[in-house]
Design a protein around this ligand. Structure first.
Ligand code: PLP
Length: 412
């Protein structure tokens, strides 16, 4: 389905007319009046810290996930750190994770003075390859941190089986995957601790924010206490009308609590989460159809019937071998057309810190590098208009057509 209007048009980056006049921001949040009113009510209520709205959000989120516990935090990164902390990951331990993730997944392992051990991903799912996990396990391995890339759950049966056999803990980075299900099972109940993100571009946004879920009583209690300085009663209980109780420091905890202003957003975002997923599914299929016959693009792999994809990121892989531009040049060209795009992700082992401190180099994780060099995430917000979606498709098509290499592969 190539739009003939875009054929042989000069890209805006070379001085041509852009596909649209105003910039389409990537990952634009979908905020409604209900959130705005709730934030205003919170500001007027006299309590803007961690309080009743945070507890309400935790309770509704917990029910949505179906876990025993849900603890609201100020980020997913905080949750990943807290999970490693309560699971006892320490200096000298090894934690297995994927190089195709946001840096914080591995950074928190370094914060605990443990060693991040990368295992290559599968080319088609972009998720950690369970076969590689098995090979990477040593006597020092304590935990596995799978990341559910773009909202597609990892092969959790295999990962949990390996973890059980080797007595390893599993912390799931579900930053992309709130709505996902694996063989009917809701994410947040599979591994030992699961962590979610409510960052501005995610499927549910609270400005900054995150949540941990677990079914383990002891870890839940410890995470709750450690999320607020390690003190035994949270501030709301201490100063509310229920009576006065001085606090006690149980651990040298962290400042990871969510505030009621953030929770005010989350409460209403959660009520629309399924509706928004349906909208993103529709956009997803529109993109799939538009790009299906463009040989310079690989669209996301379909998902098995048993599973449910959370549709967080629509990522195409550019066949750069068939183009006269690199992925970064492609994104610059898209930007000139006034379309924002993202990269999820540049493989972590190629980042300055990981390269220099752990001796990683290009060639170490070929599938991760393949994705890292080719991936482009297109706008997928539920508030995209049909015209926005058409602009994205037109801009991608226009750039591909202009920069495609003429060779036998491109015969259509
Ligand atoms: C966004 C993201 C995070 C970090 O989330 P924050 O809430 O910003 O801390 C972690 N992992 C992945 C895979 C992410 O996409």
């Amino acid at each position: 389905m190539i739009n003939t209007n875009t054929i042989n048009m000069k890209p805006a980056i070379l001085g041509g007319k852009p596909v649209r006049m105003n910039f389409l921001v990537f990952g634009r949040p979908h905020i409604c009046e209900a959130e705005i009113n709730e934030v205003v009510d919170t500001l007027r209520s006299g309590w803007i810290g961690t309080g009743p709205r945070t507890h309400q959000f935790e309770e509704t989120f917990r029910k949505y996930i179906g876990s025993k516990y849900a603890i609201a935090l100020n980020s997913c990164t905080a949750g990943l750190h807290l999970a490693l902390d309560v699971l006892g990951i320490n200096e000298g331990d090894e934690v297995i994770t994927t190089p195709i993730t946001f840096p914080s997944t591995a950074n928190v392992i370094v914060h605990k003075r443990a060693k991040p051990v990368f295992v290559d991903v599968e080319k088609d799912t972009m998720n950690i390859d369970p076969g590689g996990i098995e090979e990477a396990i040593t006597r020092k391995t304590k935990a596995i941190m799978p990341v559910h890339m773009t909202g597609r759950l990892c092969d959790m049966d295999k990962i949990m089986e390996i973890a059980t056999r080797h007595n390893l803990l599993v912390i799931e980075d579900a930053a992309h995957a709130i709505e996902a299900r694996y063989k009917g099972q809701k994410v947040g109940n599979i591994g030992d601790i699961t962590v979610f993100s409510f960052y501005v571009t995610k499927n549910l946004v609270t400005g900054e924010g995150g949540m941990v879920t677990t079914n383990n009583d002891q870890w839940a209690e410890e995470m709750r206490i450690k999320s607020l300085h390690g003190i035994s009663r949270d501030a709301w209980n201490r100063y509310s009308s229920k009576g006065f109780r001085p606090y006690e420091t149980m651990y040298p905890g962290y400042k990871y609590n969510m505030t009621d202003i953030q929770a005010a957003l989350g409460i209403h975002q959660l009520t629309r989460i399924e509706e928004n997923l349906k909208i993103r599914e529709r956009i997803w299929h529109t993109y799939d159809e538009a790009f299906a016959y463009i040989p310079q693009i690989i669209t996301p792999q379909p998902i098995g019937k048993d599973n449910r994809h959370a549709r967080h990121l629509y990522t195409i892989l550019l066949m750069i071998e068939r183009l006269n531009i690199s992925r970064n040049e492609f994104i610059a060209a898209l930007k000139a057309e006034n379309i924002g795009a993202g990269i999820h992700f540049t493989a972590l082992h190629l980042h300055h810190y990981y390269k220099n401190n752990f001796g990683f180099k290009r060639g170490d994780f070929p599938n991760a590098e393949y994705i890292s060099d080719r991936t482009v995430s297109l706008p997928l917000s539920p508030n995209l208009t049909d015209a926005d979606i058409k602009d994205v498709i037109d801009a991608v098509t226009k750039i591909i057509i202009f920069y495609r290499k003429y060779n036998k592969h491109n015969k259509r």
